[in-house]
Ligand binder design. Structure first.
Ligand code: ADP
Ligand code: MG
Length: 291
């Protein structure tokens, strides 16, 4: 399947995110009661260590429709990356189910991997090699021909505003913004119809952030891609997302369009007000919890 698969959505310029009617689009991603915990050592002795189980993702349920941009908004440590990893077949859920166009991410892993790809902040690359070399290496792992991969990668990178020259230079000489663009180009080698973007713009300069945001909107509008995006940037969530979930302590505490979420906090309130009111937390950078 490719990004250009037909869809019932009409072509043409898309209206403002909050007024798009997606109710007739099929469900692309279905997450039901997802739980993922980690065992943490809490004391005891060397021979008899004591552990406690803490849930990074705690009974999360939601659905995302074809060509929808769904935002998961929460502070550091709230469970965003664990959720993304469990949806992308990288972590096995403790319980609950995730399906992508009806395919189960655990049972039908190989098929799901052809439909879905993930971009994360901590993308691993061979830093001494160029984007071209890195991407051709990945293409081989994906079973793509080098010619197709190179053309596709260059096209994505140019659209993201990367100069062609940079395609041939070592990655370690590049800014974080440029490296993130390469990570995005890599994810698009497989033409995923569902894209999981884990904090795609965190730590980027304003120009790169803008480039990435434009690209996300284009993916949806031109390719009808379904996008799940995590962020702790409120303006970004408002600009890009059709619907947003607030996540706090591994739980979804609210879900809706930006307008619906603002309304929960009361008249004249901002999305940030709504977040603070509903979670009792601030979105400002806060350190990871101590293990
Ligand atoms: N591999 C892991 N082992 C143990 N604990 C983890 C692991 N990954 C995440 N956690 C814990 O799960 C919680 C959620 O983390 P994470 O999903 O990375 O949040 P976020 O992406 O929102 O910052 C944190 O308390 C974190 O310490
Ligand atoms: Mg994270």
């Amino acid at each position: 399947m490719t990004l250009t698969a037909p869809s019932e959505a009409s072509a043409g310029p898309s209206p403002a995110a909050s007024s798009r009617d997606l109710s007739r689009h099929p469900v692309a991603l279905d997450v039901q009661h997802l739980v993922k915990g980690f065992r943490k050592k809490t004391g005891g002795s060397l021979l008899r260590p004591q552990y406690s189980e803490s849930r990074a993702v705690d009974d999360v349920t939601f659905q995302v429709r074809r060509a929808e941009i769904y935002g998961v908004l929460g502070p550091n440590g709230s469970g965003k990356s664990t959720l993304i990893r469990a949806m992308s077949t990288l972590l096995i859920p403790d319980s609950g189910e995730v399906t992508v166009f009806g395919l189960d991410v655990v049972r039908d892993e190989a098929q799901v991997r052809r439909l879905l790809n993930r971009v994360s902040v901590d993308a691993a690359f061979y830093k001494k090699l160029s984007p071209r070399e890195n991407l051709l290496y990945s293409a081989q792992l994906y079973g793509l021909s080098p010619e197709v991969a190179e053309e596709r990668a260059l096209e994505t990178l140019k659209r993201l505003g990367l100069k062609e020259k940079a395609f041939y230079e070592p990655l370690e000489e590049m800014s974080r913004g440029m490296q993130q663009k390469v990570a995005i180009a890599r994810a698009f080698l497989t033409s995923p119809v569902v894209v999981l973007l884990d904090e795609p713009t965190t730590g980027l300069d304003p120009k790169s952030r803008r480039d990435v945001q434009e690209f996300v909107l284009e993916l949806r509008d031109v390719h009808q891609a379904t996008i799940i995006l995590t962020t702790h940037d409120m303006p970004e969530a408002e600009r890009l997302c059709d619907r947003i979930a607030f996540i706090s302590g591994g739980r979804f505490v609210a879900e809706g369009t930006p307008d619906e979420l603002r309304a929960l906090a009361g008249e004249g309130k901002s999305l940030e007000d709504a977040f603070i009111e509903l979670t009792g937390e601030d979105l400002e950078e806060k350190g990871e919890e101590e293990p």
